[in-house]
Every structure is written in C-alpha cells, then in structure tokens.
Design a protein around this ligand. Structure first.
Ligand code: ZN
Length: 165
C-alpha cells in the first residue's frame, strides 16, 4: 500500500492514481479494484453537488463595494466594536478573515455573488472576531446572540458552489 495515491476528481469523477515506478501495474489494478466502493461513493458525492454557479469578478467587486459598508456600519454598532475598513480578495479556502490588531477585515471576492443574508453572516463572523480572536464558546455565544440562524446560513453558503470562470 506504500505511496499509492488514489483520487477522484470532478466534475466527471475521474479516477487518478499515482504510484512510484517500482510498483507493478497488476498491483495498482488490484488496489483500485479493492477501492471500488470508495470510488463509487466519491463519484456519487461529486455528482450530488449543485452545478457550479459562475460568478463575474467585476460584478462581485462592484457589488461588495456597495453592499459591505452598510453592513459594517450596522453590525459594528450592534456588536459595539470598531472596524477600520475592509478589503476584498480572491480567497481560495476562506470567505473572510479579520486582523484584530488593525481592525480591518478581508472578504472573499466571491461573496459579491452571494445573497444578502449569506454576505451578512460572513461580515458578522469577522466582526465578532474583534471581540474574540478564537472560535471558542465566547465567540459562538456572540454569533448566537447576533444571528441566531447563523448555522443555517453557513450551510447555505457551503452548498452554493460559487466559482469564478
Ligand atoms: Zn473566524
């Protein structure tokens, strides 16, 4: 089993195998066959994803410039924190981040294509960090007080499958 890597990649669910040269082909074939169930499950999961929604970068930038400042104004007052500004970035693994030292938040450009309540959820999340740096009980008690349905919003955001071209 050493160093054989098996992956199922989207959107067609192709199977990719990588192995060192010294591993015989017959061994690799057996290995893949043994993993047939796992492969089928991965492929099923990929097919169950909603079709990617393709977002336009410029439209996202314009939308965020307009939509974020009122959200920050409103929610920093609710939370009693001071946010000094926001930047928009193309992020690949996160929707946002917060620099608690400078009081600035970063938002993922893709959020420009998300509906109001989902963008709001991320803005609130980042602003709560100005109270609490870590995702701990204190953090989540603020989230629950400010946005009681934040978990549903997060699930919705994850399910969106927003992409840039
Ligand atoms: Zn966070």
């Amino acid at each position: 089993m050493k160093n054989i890597r098996l992956r199922v990649v989207g959107p067609e669910g192709q199977v990719k195998v990588s192995a060192p040269h010294r591993v015989p082909h017959s061994f690799i074939n057996d290995f893949v066959q043994q993993k047939a169930n796992w492969i089928a499950m991965q492929q099923q999961a990929i097919r169950a994803l909603p079709a990617a929604q393709i977002a336009d970068e410029n439209a996202c930038r314009v939308a965020l410039k307009e939509r974020v400042p009122p959200l920050i104004d409103y929610w920093q007052a609710q939370l009693g924190v001071r946010c000094n500004g926001f930047r928009v970035r193309k992020m690949h693994t996160r929707w946002g981040s917060c620099n608690i030292r400078t009081g600035w938040i970063n938002l993922s450009l893709i959020l420009g294509a998300a509906e109001h309540e989902l963008l709001e959820y991320i803005v609130v999340h980042e602003l709560v960090h100005l109270h609490e740096r870590y995702h701990n009980a204190h953090f989540y008690s603020w989230m629950a007080r400010m946005l009681p349905d934040w978990k549903a919003r997060e699930a919705k955001l994850r399910a969106l499958n927003l992409r840039f071209q």
